[in-house]
Design a protein around this ligand. Structure first.
Ligand SMILES: Cc1cc2nc3c(=O)[nH]c(=O)nc-3n(C[C@H](O)[C@H](O)[C@H](O)COP(=O)(O)OP(=O)(O)OC[C@H]3O[C@@H](n4cnc5c(N)ncnc54)[C@H](O)[C@@H]3O)c2cc1C
Length: 570
């Protein structure tokens, strides 16, 4: 940090904690909960504003006509913020939880839509809550197929921690007994509609290796005592989740882990605290704390702790670590092998297929549903069988159109009350292969409002992604045709990486310090009192949504850290 900044270290004692957690989103909330429950005085540093459950959800109970633009963002805002404008969840009811492009610039060496939520709770307020476990095939993949580096853990290492977080968060789902999609600790599942069931049955009888199941999601369909104790209640299926839920019906840090951590009396939460870097103590040979800039007063401060959890979300964790230089680590924290910021990967969402279906016109569905059916990956599961590596999972859904008519007057109004026919659609979520060339680094000349170097994103698709997408488009068209669907249309959105909002890597786990940054407990190989447990730590991406895995890794690492502290090993 430059000499021109006046650092206020307070009284060292007042600024010293047992643990520091950087970031209060999905993974940081879990670190806070576990560390506080185990008795550690824990400081959570969050760059954004405070968002208190219930109090700070200003749009949660508004009706469409109570918004100045009926929920749509004015064209000027969309034009000025093209990146966040591309996120489906960004709108008048939710914009206060999204980072605007204009407020927090970064440098896109290659197009990358970086979607962020800077506030207490991070993106846990905004996520779509899909929570599938990864399977053994996902953790074995890199070693078997010879890409990336081998995971230092296997499914069995994480399974008890998946259970641990599922019980507390509340995950709805069926026991599907599919080996590519392990079952968990489930609350009752949401139901499929009649056409979804019909096509499910047709696909599953035509293809023995393909399963259509209801998507597991972090919603309280039948709250247990542990959820009621958190102050949460049953999901009302309003599907207005991204505004913040007044029922605590879905899992967010704000409704769940943070208040739970606060109840222990061990939590200090400091919003408006932009972590600048981690402080490395040469004499002790470990990290001693973090440098923080208050986002309101711009004053620089230091905080100290025995252990540090880095949970600022994948790319911001990379940024903080790249910015954490010292005489021991001149190229970024723990970066002896030069791999920090490299092997960034994401999910390929480019392909969609839609069709019509002659479903029963006397049947409909009632209410809203916060999830949808899905198909776990069936490509290259047991052996390499295509000309591309890995595969994709498929989101699937069926519904009825209608409700729109041209013109004005009574006839148009009447026509609008009529339902249209059935349609079906699928969307891919493809695994991408981590590559050294897909990386982030710091700009040498562009700074943010706090004098911190801006991040440069250099991340792109490759031929493997295009082949995988084409396979998805062909396979899905064939499945729909076999199921009796018509008017089948395929589409490549060509969307930039990042819009999947599943960025991973840059600080990957591995067995060998020469080829990875973190060990099997998410500790830096070269500095064991610093843990990275958000998306930055991921060795590969699987085809499943990642946040449940971030939570399980975080809970596992936090419990390990506490045990090691007790043994004076950190
Ligand atoms: C619309 C949408 C839909 C999604 N759907 C799904 C889904 O269905 N399933 C799924 O698994 N995932 C989904 N995701 C992704 C999911 O939200 C993220 O994977 C998850 O939130 C990551 O958790 P995290 O703790 O790493 O980061 P976050 O939840 O983003 O939290 C990071 C926190 O760190 C703070 N921070 C950043 N930099 C600093 C700094 N320098 N100093 C201090 N604090 C800092 C941020 O302000 C933020 O509060 C979705 C995301 C969005 C936006």
């Amino acid at each position: 940090m430059g000499d021109s900044l006046h650092i206020n270290s307070g009284g060292i004692a007042q600024h010293t904690f047992d643990a520091i957690v950087i970031g209060s989103g999905i993974s940081g909330g879990w670190a806070a909960k576990e560390l506080c429950e185990k008795g550690l005085k824990t400081l959570v540093l969050e760059r954004g504003k405070d968002v208190v459950h219930l109090k700070d959800y200003p749009t949660a109970t508004k009706d469409p006509w109570q918004f100045a633009h009926r929920g749509s963002m004015p064209a000027k805002v969309l034009e000025e913020n093209p990146v966040v404008a591309r996120c489906y969840a960004f709108g008048e009811a939710t914009d206060h939880f999204f980072v605007k492009d204009t407020e927090h610039p970064y440098v896109q060496e290659k197009p990358f839509d970086w979607i962020r939520g800077y506030q207490v709770g991070g993106k846990s307020l905004l996520w779509a809550r899909q929570t599938q476990r990864w399977s053994k095939y996902d953790f074995e993949g890199p070693a078997r197929d010879g890409f990336a580096t081998d995971w230092p853990i296997r499914y069995e290492d994480l399974a008890p921690w998946y259970s641990h977080v599922e019980r507390f968060a509340g995950i709805s789902g069926n026991f599907d007994k599919v080996e590519t999609l392990p079952d968990g600790e489930f609350l009752p599942a949401w139901e499929m509609n009649c056409v979804e069931k019909d096509i499910q049955q047709k696909i599953m009888s035509a293809y023995k290796d393909r399963y259509v199941v209801q998507g597991r999601c972090a919603h309280l369909t039948k709250p247990g005592k542990i959820h009621i104790d958190q102050g949460r209640n049953q999901c009302q299926a309003r599907s207005l989740c991204e505004r913040g839920c007044p029922f605590g019906g879905y899992f967010s840090s704000n409704a769940s882990t943070l208040p739970w951590a606060a109840k222990t009396g061990n939590l200090t939460l400091r919003p408006n605290s932009v972590v600048h870097s981690i402080i490395y103590d040469d004499k002790k040979g470990k990290a001693s704390g973090v440098r923080v800039i208050d986002s309101v007063t711009k004053q620089a401060t230091e905080y100290f702790a025995k252990i540090i959890f880095v949970n600022a979300a994948c790319l911001n964790s990379n940024l903080i670590l790249l910015n954490s230089t010292s005489s021991r680590f001149p190229n970024g924290f723990g970066n002896d092998n030069g791999l920090l910021g490299k092997y960034i990967a994401f999910h390929n969402y480019r392909g969609t297929v839609s069709a019509s279906y002659d479903g029963p016109l006397d049947k409909y569905y009632y209410g809203r549903r916060p999830t949808q059916p899905m198909m776990p990956n069936f490509r290259n599961v047991h052996k390499q069988e295509t000309d591309f590596l890995r595969g994709y999972m498929v989101f699937y859904g069926a519904g009825r159109g209608g409700g729109y008519a041209e013109g004005i007057g009574a006839a148009a109004k009447d026509a609008m009350t009529e339902l249209g026919g059935w349609f079906v659609s699928v969307m891919m979520q493809g695994e991408t292969i981590p590559k050294e060339t897909n990386h982030v680094r710091l700009s040498s000349d562009k700074k943010d409002a706090w004098g911190i170097s801006q991040l440069i994103t250099s991340v792109d698709y490759d031929d493997n992604d295009v082949k995988s997408m084409n396979d998805f488009l062909n396979v899905s068209s064939e499945m729909f045709a076999n199921a009796g669907c018509k008017d089948i249309k395929t589409h490549d959105s060509k969307q930039a990486p990042g819009l999947d909002i599943h960025e991973m890597g840059g600080v990957r786990m591995g067995k060998d310090p020469k080829t990875s940054m973190l060990n099997k407990w998410n500790q830096f190989h070269h500095c064991e009192n610093v843990f990275v447990t958000d998306g930055a730590c991921m060795t590969s991406t699987s085809t499943q949504n990642p946040s449940l895995t971030f939570m399980a890794l975080t809970a596992r690492a936090a419990n390990y850290a506490v045990e090691e502290l007790k043994k004076n090993n950190l």
